[in-house]
Write a protein that binds this ligand. Sequence first.
Ligand SMILES: O=C(O)CCC(=O)C(=O)O
Length: 329
Amino acid sequence: MPETKKNAIAIDFRQLLKQERAKARSNKKKSQLTSIKPISETNIINHDENKNIEHSLSQSSQSEMYLRQLLKWTQKHMLNHTIPIASPLPNRSSCINSIYYIPNFLPFEFSELLLHWLQSIPTLSSTSSSQNTYSSHIGKWTPLHHAKRKVLLYDATISPIPPPLQYIIDLLLFHNVFSSDDPQTIPNHILINEYQPGQGILYHTDGPTYQPKTVTISIGNSHVLFRFHPRYPQNNQPTTEKLFVSGRGSCLMFEHEAYTEYLHGIEEVLQESICSNSCLNWEDYCQECQTYNNNEYDYDVYREKYDKASDMVQRGYRISLTFRHKIKE
Ligand SMILES: O=C(O)CCC(=O)C(=O)O
């Protein structure tokens, strides 16, 4: 391993936060994206104390209602639905051979309920005096003011994981995305990111805080191009690799080299171009288009997209749930 790699310190979230803040400062004078609008009242941070209490009361009863519906659903549908078996994406010249993608990992009904439940979870009050402790962020949306979006955190080392998210962990174990034989790798940490159209996340690595395996489930119906960029590009190495990620309950897993040797990120754009020769899973994109645009398999449409070999992916609203195993300090 070259000396630079050996001595390199993985970028961690603190560094990412710093970078995002710096970027936000430099962007301050630029005009804001006009299409970014709150999609639900969960986004409203009300600074009036009384209204805040009223607001979070109605939110918490909504949240309980969705939670009950999710529990009912999971009791009815045990872990028996079939999903395609994950296989590594083609090993392109980029030598990323440790990325796996499963479309439709979450059943549709479950994803919809999950989305409603997550949106009904209250946002940490900006007036709360306890807002700076790590544990006060758990189970409440926390606005990232510098990035103008919100994150929600669950950490099993501090408090139990809520049942719907535990159901997803069980699903991941059931389908061997994580191994139930190795407690040191079973997810114990979930970071949920909410993105309005046009929002993204800067290139980063997940760093040494976690076991080197990341699983991201996407809901909310918006698709994105998830990008991998080598941390130490060689002269003849292609630069950024793009992976199509569906917002309809897809599951993206990466580990090993893709975790340690590549940065990952999502561009802050309202639409982005996708091409057959620069997308790791162009076929998944085509299949997604033909399934949801036509409601039935239409080979000609698929073929047409395939022949066209490029397209534009529009950004909408998306929530991602990232599962990892946090290593004990
Ligand atoms: O939202 C995503 O898909 C990416 C999230 C991510 O990279 C992270 O939480 O580290």
